[in-house]
Design a protein around this ligand. Structure first.
Ligand SMILES: Cc1cc2nc3c(=O)[nH]c(=O)nc-3n(C[C@H](O)[C@H](O)[C@H](O)COP(=O)(O)O)c2cc1C
Length: 354
């Protein structure tokens, strides 16, 4: 084994205390709306070797009434619940506390509070990253959730807002100071861990994340900080640990593209060409197992861009998938694609990886 691989595995496998619980692996699957559902998480579980799985964001208002047998989002397998952190979205301390209580009662590892989503329809309703503009309201939410539950409380947030009005007055560096301040307030209000995505809103994933800002957050607080943003291979992972001193890493798109990524980084799995075909057919099977045909195919279309990003000519494959009307047609497209030897990209195709 290369020395750098061994060093990375040691970094990943250091135990980490999160609130009252201990984690044995510092790589986690990021919350991904429409993608990180029960079927995809079962695919991840086939390969294993992650620390935790984060759920898709879920409305805090809805969670107390949700029925896991019918809800498309609030659905899980019993086997995964102890490693699952459920992410909630909302703007009322009361709703967030009630949702967190249900999450605790279901036996999940923890609850994650979304202060990072910058999608306009969410922010217009005063939720997600909008709350970075209202730190007092945000802290009322954390305090209410802390009062309601003993399980670990995570908070996911980003550097802040650089909208048209602020663009003239503020530099990202000033915003980073605000983010540091926000992180300290989160710690004081009772959060047990932070996931920090060092991008401003409304910029989504167009400009590179500023990892130096993760380092600043890490220096400012005593609770664990998970870095997030553009870790796409083993050396990115090593660099993020090295450059930011973060306690752990939250992996989004690369875990979609390569569900075996956690196992590979831990030295437990070596992917070959067959891995790509095996994983995609297994995923289709899992989608069909967990969802009705319409819900399953909708989720597969959304997923396909991340899977196709690994291949040269992935755009063409994706277009053919999008044109297919059923999984039978999709399987034909895939079988044809795998007849030829795979041409893999060194890094995921950025046009697809948005
Ligand atoms: C399609 C999509 C859906 C996402 N959904 C969520 C979400 O529900 N909650 C959240 O906190 N972040 C969400 N994110 C952000 C990711 O968790 C992560 O911060 C982002 O993809 C950057 O990490 P990466 O470079 O490892 O992909 C989403 C990202 C994408 C691309």
């Amino acid at each position: 084994m290369r020395e750098s691989q061994e060093r990375l595995q040691q970094l990943i496998q250091r135990p980490l205390q999160i609130g009252t619980r201990l984690l044995n692996n510092r790589l986690v699957f990021a919350p991904m709306s429409g993608l990180g559902h029960v079927a995809f998480r079962e695919l991840l579980a086939d390969y294993g070797h992650y620390g935790l799985l984060f759920s898709e964001m879920s409305s805090a208002k809805a969670i107390p009434q949700e029925n896991r047998l019918v809800s498309p989002v609030f659905r899980w397998r019993d086997e995964e619940s102890h490693l699952l952190v459920w992410q909630i979205l909302g703007n009322s301390p009361g709703d967030m506390a009630k949702a967190a209580k249900r999450i605790e009662q279901e036996g999940f590892f923890g609850v994650d509070i979304n202060f990072g989503c910058s999608v306009a329809r969410i922010c217009k309703r005063g939720m997600g990253a909008y709350l970075l503009k209202k730190p007092d309201q945000a802290m009322d939410i954390i305090k209410a959730v802390r009062y309601a539950v003993d399980i670990p409380i995570w908070v996911k947030f980003r550097t802040g807002w650089l909208d048209a009005k602020n663009r003239i007055k503020l530099e990202p560096a000033d915003l980073c100071d605000k983010a540091v301040n926000f992180a300290c307030m989160l710690e004081a209000a009772g959060a047990d861990a932070i996931t920090f995505h060092p991008r401003v809103a409304p910029d989504r994933r167009t400009r590179p994340p500023k990892w130096t800002h993760i380092a600043k957050i890490k220096q400012a607080v005593n609770i664990p900080v998970f870095g997030n943003g553009n870790v796409f291979d083993e050396s990115d992972c090593y660099d993020m640990f090295d450059q930011t001193a973060c306690d752990g890493i939250s992996l989004g798109r690369i875990a979609l593209a390569k569900p075996w990524f956690f196992a590979s980084l831990n030295g437990m799995f070596a992917a070959d060409d067959n891995t790509y075909s095996e994983a995609i057919f297994r995923y289709i099977h899992l989608l069909e197992k967990h969802y009705d045909p319409q819900q399953a195919i909708k989720r597969f279309y959304k997923y396909s861009r991340y899977y196709c990003a690994s291949f040269r000519f992935g755009n063409t494959l994706r277009a053919k998938i999008r044109k297919s009307k059923s999984f039978d047609e999709i399987k034909c497209v895939l079988n044809k694609f795998f007849e030829n030897s795979l041409m893999l990209n060194q890094r995921p195709n950025e046009n697809l990886f948005v």
